[in-house]
Write a protein that binds this ligand. Structure first.
Ligand code: NI
Length: 179
């Protein structure tokens, strides 16, 4: 078990395009993934990308039974995704609140594709593909954005809905999530 420090917005690795995991790097993946899961859970996040702990590989983890950060969100199966590919299904978008462990204390109102197909390799080296929608699709887009050096603030269009959570939601009961 190793909870690793999470890089914050401004660190150059969070702006870099991560590299595909190569054949000879697979042996190191179980340890990396374990650290990512430990770090994600310790921070009570719903997802984490390898660059957030300083590793420039195309690996993301996400999923939860019930999230304190997103109490109304439907569960997402715990997923480890190596070298993911993804595509939007249709042009429908919806907006929703997002936070990021690399942007602590802030929230933004972010448009995302509603319907998404994604695929990649699991830790068992089996390739799989899913079609998902809604919050599941949002989380995958958020995490995969990290692999291309994109943080959610770059997706915000309405900057009246981007800021510190205590300022956006003075009433704690109205907050969409808590840090
Ligand atoms: Ni994030």
């Amino acid at each position: 078990m190793a909870v690793r420090p999470i890089l914050r917005m401004g660190h150059s690795l969070l702006r870099a395009v991560a590299k595909p995991v190569t054949e000879d790097q697979w042996a190191a993946l179980p340890t990396l993934v374990e650290d990512m899961l430990d770090t994600m859970r310790a921070a009570r996040g719903v997802g984490l990308a390898a660059p957030q702990i300083g590793v420039d590989w195309r690996v993301v983890v996400f999923g939860f039974e019930r999230s304190e950060r997103y109490p109304d969100a439907p569960p997402i199966p715990l997923t480890i995704l190596v070298n993911p590919v993804w595509s939007f299904l249709g042009s429908e978008e919806e907006e929703g609140w997002e936070g990021c462990l690399s942007v602590p204390g802030l929230r933004g109102w972010v448009p995302r594709a509603v319907h998404l197909r994604y695929a990649g390799w699991g830790l068992d080296r089996v390739f799989f593909e899913r079609e998902v929608e809604g919050f599941h699709a949002r989380v995958v887009q958020h995490e995969c954005d990290h692999l291309d050096g994109v943080l959610y603030p770059a997706r915000v269009r309405d900057f009246s809905r981007f800021g510190f959570i205590e300022e956006l939601f003075p009433d704690p009961d109205q907050r969409p999530e808590s840090d």
